[in-house]
Structure formats: structure tokens, C-alpha cells
Design a protein around this ligand. Structure first.
Ligand code: NAD
Ligand code: DAU
Length: 357
């Protein structure tokens, strides 16, 4: 697909910034990127500071809220946007349990605004790629996988808001012929992930000698997808996917949370031993479970695999090691990401929720 002016929403966040980097540095993308991001606590323009210097003609940043219809229309017209890859969202389940309002606003109303902007300026518009989550499918037992046919059964305010946005995208395709594709992926990890999610939180706490708060019995299962593999899958779907279709993206790496945390401790102990015989696993602390905590996610991505021969390249062992090394080498990024609202949130978490079970 020959995209000239691609709007990437949420491009200063974890996956969005990795995606922009991937498009400009590695993919066969020749157009221009317009990164639209509100810069919430999770958005960090530093993730792309080198990119804006190295690609001045092909990358622009617009600080804007996707809920602002006037701004969205203006940006759409000013840059003659012909495709959108939509990442912008409130993305953290724990936050959605405490304060759901912003999830409804950004994830539902924001997505609606983008769809309306496209509808009103249809012209040369070619593709809306909606980045969604496997959490819309709910929770699995010990057996089975989520397929594209699995009925929606979201359990948290976050996943319910993502499910609503998926339905809107689908409806705009069916009703107005809007050229849209949806991808639903599993848990991402890798460089630039804000340290509130499991893997970066555990890496940083373990380095600081702080407790490693594992929810419930630690036996909940997630399917871990290295962020660069996710970026490659999205670009594959953008180029070759059929409009109106949904594609699941998974990492082929199911793992219990407690095992992930132990793996992180082992890798850190090997790279930076504390003292002879000491293991960071001693920091593991079982805490009160997350309300409505989904037990298991597992993705069947055979549709994507069969159609386009896509498969994840990174195993959990190799991806986790790369991720840990990245966090070790990027202390400045960590320091700045952890200032301000992050500190307030984490300290609130520890005071109210993370008392040992
Ligand atoms: P993130 O929280 O790291 O980044 C979200 C970005 O969106 C931030 O830069 C933030 O500033 C921006 N943003 C938030 N509200 C906005 C608004 N109203 N207007 C403009 N920008 C706004 O999220 P992420 O982990 O990179 O996730 C990106 C997308 O992928 C989300 O849609 C999420 O639901 C989806 N997803 C994430 C994962 C995962 O494991 N992280 C897995 C499946 C799907
Ligand atoms: O499955 C895709 C989803 O993955 C995305 O849609 C979300 O945006 C993303 O945040 C992620 O959601 P999770 O809730 O699965 O991710 P999180 O990193 O918050 O938690 C992963 C697992 O680890 C989950 O079972 C809860 C557990 N956990 C998490 C934290 C933060 C802990 O045990 N302790 C913790 O401190």
C-alpha cells in the first residue's frame, strides 16, 4: 500500500514510538509520519528525540488530544492524511479500575472522533488501522485459544472501552464503507514501556531492591509478544490485510506471571550479582489480587500466519534479556519517566493496594 501521509496516534507511547522507529528505520515505508499525541503521563516525546532530528522531512509531532474534533479535522486536512494507525489510548488495567472516566473518554470518544473526522474528509483516505487488545475476549481456562471468532466478553473498564472502540470501527466499515482493519494482540514488552506494567516494573523494583508485588497466586497466564514483532505484524496487516477484517497477533510465549518474575530475577542476578548466594527472588511478595483479574490469555494467530506467513521472531528468553539490557542501559530515560505523576501513582498503589495478601 502506497501511504503518503500516515497519522500515528499515541506515537509517544510504548508501542507507538517503537512503531514509528520501526517504520522509519527498518520497514519499506516511504511516506511521512504525523505523530499525534496528547502527552499523558504515558507519552514521552524523548522516546523519539533522535528520530525527529534524523528524519526532519519525514516526521512531525503534533501535541493534540484525539477527543478534540476541531484539532483532528485541522491536522487531517493540513497534512492530507491518507492513513491512520491508531494507538492512542489509556492502556493500564489497574488505572481503569481506579479511574475509568478517562478510558471512556479517550478510548471510546477519541476513537469515535477519528472515525468521524475520516467520514467527513473521506477523499483520498485509504486505511484506518485500529490497534486493539486480546483482553476484549475475556478470560480463558486452562485450555483453548482466542481466535478472531471468539465472542467479546471484556472484564475490566479498560477492556470494555477497547471493545466498544472495536465495535465502532467495525460499524463504520459496515455502514459507511470506511476502509478499516482491526488487530487484537497479546501483552507487549520491550524498550520504552512505561514502568507501571508487569515486566518493566519488576525489572526496576528488583534493581532498586524493592518488593516485587505479584497479584493473587501469581498463576495468571499472559502470552508475551516482543514489541518489535508486534510492529512488524501491524505493518504486514497494513500492507496486505483485507479491509473489514480482524487479525489476532500473539507471541507464542505463554507464561505464568510468577515464572516471568523469577526469570527477570535470574537474568538480573546473572548480569549484576548482588552478593554471593543472594537471589532477587527473595523480593517476591504476593499481594491482594486485581479485581476481575483475567486468569489466562492465549492467542491463536494462525489467520495472520497462514495469510501472510507472519510469525514472531523473538522467544520470551531472548526478548526478556534484550529488554532487561535496554533498561540497564537507559537509566536517564527511566529517571525521567519515573518523575511526577508516576511517583504519585506508585506511592498510592503501595499505600492502598499492595499490602501483602
Ligand atoms: P501507552 O499507554 O504506552 O501509550 C499510549 C499513548 O497514547 C501515550 O503516548 C499517550 O500520551 C497517548 N494518549 C493517551 N490519550 C490520548 C489522547 N486522548 N489523545 C492523544 N494521545 C493520547 O500504551 P501502549 O502500551 O503503547 O498501547 C498502545 C495501544 O496498543 C493501545 O491502544 C492499547 O490498548 C493497545 N495494546 C497494548 C498492549 C500492551 O501490551 N501494551 C497490548 C494490546 C493492545
Ligand atoms: O493483553 C493485552 C493487554 O496487556 C493490553 O491490552 C494492556 O494495555 C496491557 O497493559 C496489558 O494488560 P495486563 O493487565 O495483562 O498487563 P499488566 O502488565 O498490567 O499485568 C500483566 C500481568 O501481571 C497481569 O496478570 C497482572 C499481573 N501483575 C501486574 C502488575 C502491574 C502483577 O502480578 N503485579 C503487578 O504489579
Amino acid at each position: 500500500m502506497d501511504i503518503k501521509n500516515l497519522m500515528v496516534t499515541g506515537g509517544c507511547g510504548f508501542i507507538g514510538s517503537n512503531f514509528i522507529r520501526y517504520l522509519l528505520e527498518e520497514a519499506d515505508f516511504m511516506g511521512k509520519i504525523i505523530n499525534v499525541d496528547k502527552l499523558t503521563y504515558a507519552g514521552n516525546p524523548e522516546n523519539l528525540s533522535d528520530i525527529s532530528e534524523r528524519y526532519p522531512g519525514r516526521y512531525v509531532f503534533q501535541k493534540a488530544d484525539i477527543c478534540d474534533a476541531v484539532r483532528m479535522n485541522q491536522i487531517f486536512r493540513d497534512y492530507q492524511v491518507d492513513a491512520i494507525c491508531h494507538f492512542a489510548a489509556e492502556s493500564h488495567v489497574d488505572r481503569s479500575i481506579k479511574r475509568p472516566e478517562e478510558f471512556i473518554q479517550t478510548n471510546i470518544t477519541g476513537t469515535f472522533n477519528l472515525l468521524e473526522t475520516i467520514r467527513q474528509n473521506a477523499g483520498q483516505f485509504r486505511l484506518f488501522h485500529h490497534v486493539s487488545t486480546d483482553e476484549v475476549y475475556g478470560s480463558l481456562g486452562r485450555e483453548g485459544y482466542f481466535t478472531e471468532e471468539t465472542p467479546y466478553r471484556p472484564n475490566s473498564p479498560y477492556s470494555a472501552s477497547k471493545a466498544a472502540s472495536d465495535h465502532l470501527v467495525r460499524a463504520y466499515h459496515e455502514t459507511y464503507g470506511l476502509p478499516a482493519v482491526i488487530s487484537n494482540c497479546s501483552n507487549n514488552y520491550g524498550p520504552y514501556q512505561f514502568p507501571e506494567k508487569l515486566i518493566p516494573l519488576m525489572i526496576l523494583n528488583a534493581l532498586d531492591g524493592k518488593p516485587l508485588p505479584v497479584y493473587g497466586d501469581g498463576r495468571n497466564v499472559r502470552d508475551w509478544l516482543y514489541v518489535k514483532d508486534h510492529c512488524g505484524a501491524i505493518w504486514t496487516i497494513m500492507r496486505f490485510g483485507d479491509k473489514g477484517e480482524t487479525y489476532n497477533i500473539g507471541g507464542n510465549s505463554e507464561m505464568e506471571n510468577i515464572v516471568i518474575v523469577e526469570m527477570i530475577c535470574d537474568i538480573l542476578d546473572e548480569i549484576i550479582p548482588v552478593s554471593a548466594g543472594y537471589s532477587r527472588k527473595k523480593l517476591i511478595t504476593f499481594v491482594k489480587d486485581r479485581p476481575g483479574h483475567d486468569r489466562r490469555y492465549a492467542i491463536d494467530f494462525s489467520k495472520l500466519q497462514k495469510a501472510f506467513n507472519w510469525t514472531p521472531r523473538e522467544s520470551l528468553a531472548t526478548g526478556l534479556r534484550k529488554t532487561i539490557v535496554w533498561y540497564l542501559e537507559n537509566a536517564n530515560w527511566i529517571e525521567r519517566s519515573r518523575s511526577g505523576e508516576y511517583r504519585a501513582w506508585i506511592s498510592e498503589q503501595y499505600e492502598q493496594e499492595r499490602s501483602p495478601s
